[in-house]
Design a protein around this ligand. Structure first.
Ligand SMILES: [Zn+2]
Length: 225
């Protein structure tokens, strides 16, 4: 009986430690080689799941690298957090040299051009005078991006593991995160538009909010849960 109690206490302590790790924000803040393996084996021709959904369980909401614990459970970046907004919608970028083929760079640039054509957002190459920018990398860690602009440029990263993360709308999807947006399915009024299997959700994702905003099924940040 005592051994059983000790076992249960051990399980409880381990559970608490895991929970504390989540609350401290350490989870979702480091690269995952497992997600990189998934991306390496990804075949968009046979898998319906887009590549940016390969990181569930490893990155926040599947493909977000959190810069700070308080950024969780946010719909988007609010104005009072001015440090996370790209001033004048100008977003300097820096592509890691020799990490992508010219064809792959073309895919990234075409995704940026969609924003240029349809929004006021402007992605511009970083210059030596650019104080803040985000870096585009091709590391074996799947698809992920940081949210909004951090003061520390080392936290402004968008990783597109080629070729998986250059397929479909994934580059645009990750750019939305760089701009400061979380996923459409994390919107407070999602239940009025889509069905969510709540038994599969963690409790912190089940809360409801009082405000209403128009839901967009076609938005690139809408996930198919
Ligand atoms: Zn995403």
């Amino acid at each position: 009986m005592c051994r059983r109690r000790a076992f249960l206490q051990t399980v409880l302590v381990i559970g608490l430690l895991i929970d504390v790790r989540k609350c401290s924000g350490q989870l979702y803040r480091s690269e995952s080689a497992e997600v990189g393996r998934r991306a390496r084996n990804y075949d968009g021709r046979v898998q319906q799941q887009p590549a940016h959904e390969l990181g569930f369980g490893y990155y926040y909401q599947g493909d977000i690298m959190l810069p700070a614990p308080q950024s969780q459970d946010r719909l988007s970046i609010a104005e009072e957090h001015a440090s996370t907004v790209w001033p004048n919608a100008i977003v300097p970028y820096y592509i890691t040299p020799n990490s992508f083929t010219p064809s792959e760079v073309g895919i990234i640039e075409r995704a940026m051009n969609v924003f240029h054509a349809k929004t006021c957002v402007r992605f511009v190459p970083r210059t030596p005078q650019t104080p803040h920018y985000f870096q585009i990398t091709n590391r074996p860690a799947g698809c992920y991006a940081s949210i909004g602009r951090a003061q520390d440029n080392s936290q402004n990263v968008m990783n597109l593991q080629a070729p998986a993360c250059l397929s479909g709308g994934t580059p645009m999807h990750e750019m939305m995160h760089v701009l400061g947006f979380l996923h459409e399915v994390s919107r407070p009024d999602r239940d009025e538009y889509i069905y969510v299997n709540r038994s599969a959700l963690e409790p912190r994702y089940q809360s409801k909010f009082p405000f209403r905003v128009q839901y967009c099924f076609r938005l690139v940040t809408h996930l198919r849960l």
